[in-house]
Design a protein around this ligand. Structure first.
Ligand code: URP
Ligand code: ZN
Ligand code: ZN
Ligand code: ZN
Length: 483
């Protein structure tokens, strides 16, 4: 059974052209004029683009005494509804738990996925077992390791552990990721705010000013450089963090930054809302920022100093958020966005002229496929690539509403926002999962995407580090000892 997408304009990260696309056996098998298939999808007036890749989700994540409410079924359904065809989630070993054990747990969670997925492995503690199992994890197709510099007493790791793990990543040809916030300072600020009676959701933002992110981002970059590893900084939300990334890139360091659609389009005024639920639903780390940071993030996407737009989708219901009534430090941290990332970015990026359609494809799909070393299987409209395709209708509009969303939670942080630009069709490995908002996805269709280590950047960096490594000075007349 083959499918042909006809009458559309193909938009990739570097090209825009009119052509048909023929899909068979889950792959793109031909691109050209006048193609014929068993089934035809009409893309008149639409862009035919690589499906989105969200490199940062937390589906059914155990966190802050509960589990995030979207699992791999509802989460990937939401993804497909918004034109995203692959998610990368985080396997999180609990303290003392082996990495392979955690990987097995996340394998079990993901069996109902509607679209393809991969994992990052989190390094939540350090020891010989972790060191050894990192190699086994890489052999099983995970080449990225996540480190939390915040959440003291829970997921946080310290600088010595970061350095050890980053060095191990460099040896294995893997890439470390960081959640960059100074967890020690956050813990101090939280205690101080609570002691002063500042216990509402707005205090969450006060406890995590942009300085804690800027400092940690710079520290992680320098540690990665000393360890000889590239670095991917998740949820870059402010100018201070962006500045550190920009400076590092200009100095030749291999560093990438990932703004979230939430930080690009929502700001800290949400926490001043008199409705406790409204504010608590928007509690995430890093928090929403002063609007001025948004200009920095958009400029980063335009200039290439920031590389990918993600969601950090970690959805908690209002009931779960209410665990933190009277103590903001107990509000589960996280917001949703999987269904809305692509339409919101198109509306606020392409429709405003901040991004070209090609840049949109780069930051929603192709760049991350390259960074994660799964390009061009993913992130491409090329013969041989997986047929993860979104047929994007730039004229289609909707008002975002929790009442119509795929996510399992009872609200949406983008509620009431008008978007222009939505999928007409979303295809996951050739299977039509969305037709003008109607879902025909299949639970369990999604498959794990294994990713090889030693991508081109890892290779180049290790070559350079080897070439510039400290070497002993060769001397001829060595003085006798003790003289
Ligand atoms: O608040 C957030 N971001 N929750 C999910 C976990 C994380 O820090 O990414
Ligand atoms: Zn994080
Ligand atoms: Zn996250
Ligand atoms: Zn299937």
């Amino acid at each position: 059974m083959s499918t042909v997408i006809k009458n559309g304009t193909i938009v990739t990260a570097d090209l825009t052209y009119k052509s048909d696309v023929l899909v068979e056996g889950g792959k793109i098998v031909a691109i050209g004029e006048g193609l014929v298939g068993d089934k035809t999808l009409d893309a008149t007036g639409c862009y035919v683009m690589p499906g989105g890749i969200d490199p940062h989700t937390h589906l059914e994540m155990p966190f802050m005494g509960t589990y995030s409410s979207d699992d791999f079924e509802s989460g990937t359904r939401a993804a497909l509804a918004g034109g995203t065809t692959m998610v990368v989630d985080f396997a999180l070993p609990s303290p003392g738990q082996g990495l392979l054990d955690a990987m097995q747990m996340w394998d079990n969670k993901s069996t109902r996925a509607n679209c393809d997925y991969s994992f990052h492995m989190a390094i939540t503690w350090w020891g010989e077992q972790v060191f050894n199992e990192m190699e086994a994890v890489v052999k099983r197709g995970i080449n990225t390791f996540k480190h939390f510099m915040a959440y003291k007493g829970a997921l946080m790791v310290n600088d010595d552990e970061l350095y050890a793990s980053f060095q191990r990543c460099a040896e294995l040809g893997a890439t470390p990721l960081v959640h960059a916030e100074n967890g020690d300072v956050v813990a101090e600020l939280q205690a101080k705010l609570l002691a002063a009676g500042n216990n509402g959701p707005e205090a969450h933002a006060y406890s995590r000013p942009s300085q804690v992110e800027g400092e940690a981002t710079n520290r992680a970059i320098m540690i990665a450089d000393m360890a000889g590893a590239p670095l991917y900084v998740v949820h870059t939300s402010c100018e201070e963090a962006h500045e550190a990334i920009r400076r590092a890139k200009m100095a030749g360091k291999r560093v990438w930054g990932e703004p979230l659609i939430q930080h690009l389009t929502l700001d800290e005024s949400e926490y001043a809302n008199p409705d406790w639920d409204h504010a608590a639903r928007r509690v995430m780390s890093p928090p929403f920022r002063d609007k001025k940071h948004q200009d920095s993030l958009w400029a980063g996407l335009q200039s290439g100093t920031l590389s990918c737009v993600a969601t950090d989708h970690c959805a908690f219901t209002t009931e779960q958020k209410r665990f933190g009534v009277g103590d903001f430090t107990k509000i589960p941290n996280g917001t949703g966005g999987l269904e809305d990332r692509m339409p919101m970015l198109w509306t606020h990026g392409v429709e405003t002229g901040r991004l070209t359609p090609n840049e949109f494809v780069a930051v929603t799909s192709t760049n991350i496929a390259k960074i994660l070393n799964c390009y061009p299987k993913k992130g491409a409209i090329l013969v041989g690539a997986d047929a993860d395709i979104v047929v994007w209708d730039p004229a289609k509009t909707k008002t975002i509403s929790a009442s119509k969303q795929q996510s399992a939670i009872d609200y949406n942080v983008f509620e009431g926002k008008e978007v222009k630009g939505l999928p007409r069709y979303t295809l996951t490995r050739g299977q039509v999962a969305v037709t003008d908002g109607d879902m025909t996805c299949e639970s369990g269709h999604g498959a794990f995407v294994a990713r090889e280590p030693n991508g081109t950047v890892n290779k180049a960096l290790s070559t350079w580090k080897e070439l510039t490594a400290p070497r002993p000075v060769v001397r001829s007349g060595i003085p006798a000892s003790g003289v």
